[in-house]
Write a protein that binds this ligand. Structure first.
Ligand code: ATP
Ligand code: MG
Length: 248
């Protein structure tokens, strides 16, 4: 992994406090395993074909590939938004197909997700959008406040905390969705085109934020079209073409 020359300010409060931090670097256990996974949607579209993948704990992986090749589908399978038609999706040694209701909700608490379409709540401010999930998870108000400010600083949106999504640019909305995904310092972060709407400088800042989270022990999986960005980093890359995976 290249040496970070980040200008991004970080704060100890975004650091993981669980044992994953201490284990980072020495842990070679699989975080994510796909075994012969195929996904065919109800309308007959074959989105993934016999995909096999292993992502180790603490790894930072890029997933690239043309539009419609199956990248978002792959991430949706990892957080249980979609179920495989064939094969097994295993995250933290747990087969996702067996999770329902509360167990699925608890499982998702350990995953930060940056959605390709942001999924911000239009009637809530930036601060509320970012902290909403923490509130739902029962974090104390003090703990939420402790996490909010450094996270907004990290994505450069502290001055926009009280704005509503429709008062923000597309790139700012994208950074709110990143703040929401990282504020709980999840051990697994899935980011679907997190730089899709950003200029090169902001894209690089976002990748540095994700790398910082990764350096604290999180496993990070990022889909992107941005070949230049991928080349600038030294992380493993999986390419998806017509639903088929290959290591680059
Ligand atoms: N809910 C759905 N029902 C039917 N087909 C779908 C559904 N979601 C995705 N698809 C199809 O599955 C294929 C893979 O879609 P996916 O969203 O995974 O691609 P992608 O690689 O993320 O593309 P992009 O780079 O444009 O985001 C495409 O052909 C798409 O049209
Ligand atoms: Mg996609």
């Amino acid at each position: 992994m290249p040496v970070l020359t980040t200008q991004v300010k970080t704060d100890k409060s975004v650091q993981r406090e669980d044992s994953a931090t201490q284990q980072h670097g020495s842990n070679t256990t699989a975080k994510v395993t796909l075994q012969s996974v195929s996904k065919t949607y109800a309308n007959g579209t074959h989105a993934l074909l016999n995909a096999n993948l292993e992502v180790k704990k603490g790894e930072f992986l890029f997933i690239t590939g043309p539009s419609g090749s199956g990248k978002s589908t792959l991430l949706k399978l990892l957080y249980g938004q979609e179920l495989p038609t064939e094969g097994e999706v295993i995250v933290d040694e747990c087969n996702i197909a067996g999770l329902r209701g509360d167990r699925l909700s608890l499982f998702r608490r350990r995953i930060g997700i940056v959605f390709q379409d942001y999924k911000l709540i239009s009637q809530r401010t930036v601060a509320e959008n970012v902290t909403f999930v923490l509130q739902a998870q029962g974090y104390t108000r003090k703990e939420i406040q402790r996490r909010l400010e450094p996270t907004l600083k990290l994505v450069g949106l502290l001055s926009k905390a009280d704005c509503f999504p429709d008062q923000l640019s597309g790139g700012e909305q994208q950074r709110v969705s990143i703040a929401r995904a990282i504020v709980g310092t999840p051990p697994l972060l899935l980011a679907d085109e997190p730089t899709g709407n950003l200029d090169p400088d902001n894209s690089w800042q976002v990748i540095q934020i994700l790398q910082k989270l990764n350096s604290f022990g999180a496993t990070v999986i990022v889909t992107t079209h941005d070949e230049q960005l991928v080349r600038r980093c030294n992380h493993p890359v999986v390419q998806v073409i017509n639903g088929q995976l290959s290591r680059k």
